[in-house]
Design a binder for this molecule. Sequence first.
Ligand SMILES: O=C(O)[C@@H](O)C(=O)CO
Ligand SMILES: [Mg+2]
Length: 260
Amino acid sequence: MPRFAANLSMMFTEVPFLDRFDAAAQAGFTAVEFLFPYEHPVEAVSERLKRNGLTQALFNLPPGDWNAGEKGFAALPSRFNDLKASLETALPYARATGVKRLHLMAGIANRGERLAIEAFYKSVAWAAEFFAAHGIDIVLEPINPRNVPGYFLNDFGFARDLIQELRLPNLKLQFDIYHCQIIHGDVTMGLREMMPIIGHIQVASIPSRNEPDGEELNYPFLFEELDRLGYAGFVGCEYNPRGKTTDGLAWFKPYAGVKS
Ligand SMILES: O=C(O)[C@@H](O)C(=O)CO
Ligand SMILES: [Mg+2]
């Protein structure tokens, strides 16, 4: 049975960020993920996790100025020093939360440009080697161009090839089923093919990005498929609830309380 992680950047937004840990635990989640913890003191984040007996499944490395439209800078040749600094910023949060995987964002850049590709390979290798020493995986997530126009990493095949080429044991794929369906379709075959390199999975309905309970994909089938494929990682619930978060958890009832 999949182990679900509540995404606290999108779920439980009825309450302030730190209170979402309590809300997720009360709803039966045993793990959480979120985009960025950096506005909050590291001690406060780890205290909420511990108080609620939650596992931190994932968070993202600093993306640069998110409100100004930055989405990371791993593929931006001129931002390598920022990339290196961002790893140091994330490290105390990683240590305090015990997280085992961090998402490195590529940034807005043209995948047709050689310099952007070279910068991405260099940044990915640097980040993976930096965190290998701490027993932490780096995960790369292809993102669909409708949600983030111009995002460098917008193709699952490109991400797979890079991961296989670099052959770094702690470099994995973040397979967001919502993005895969929008970019390529054929989600089940994608999961079967890429399972050996998948380090994290996320879900939402398509096209609304609401609860994973209908619309374009048959999630009960996909959740059983993850079991058939022996997936032992987390499934992040990265969706915008249609209404109150707890009102939309009928799909989650069979999985509530599954231990991390
Ligand atoms: O799918 C997404 O949007 C997220 O997983 C993310 O990390 C970047 O926004
Ligand atoms: Mg995602």
